[in-house]
Design a protein around this ligand. Structure first.
Ligand SMILES: [Zn+2]
Length: 74
């Protein structure tokens, strides 16, 4: 069921089929997600702050992605 909602990330209105973020943010998140995933694979003991600093991604965004994608972090 599609509904018009505000994107959780950029706040733009978009037609959602269940997602809380729009397509462009979703695509951007995928890129960021891949970078985080790769980093975690190389550095399994890294923290949110490490990832944020090294990849230059805001800690809040790292945290959101880690939570939504269920990365296993210490
Ligand atoms: Zn968006």
């Amino acid at each position: 069921m599609a509904a018009l909602v505000n994107c959780k990330v950029c706040n733009r209105l978009f037609i959602s089929k269940g997602s809380s973020i729009c397509d462009s943010c979703s695509n951007e998140n995928k890129d960021v997600y891949e970078r985080i995933k790769e980093y975690i694979e190389r550095h399994p003991n890294s923290t949110i702050m490490d990832i944020s600093n090294v990849l230059d991604i805001p800690a809040k965004k790292v945290l959101d992605l880690v939570r939504s994608e269920q990365f296993q972090l210490r």
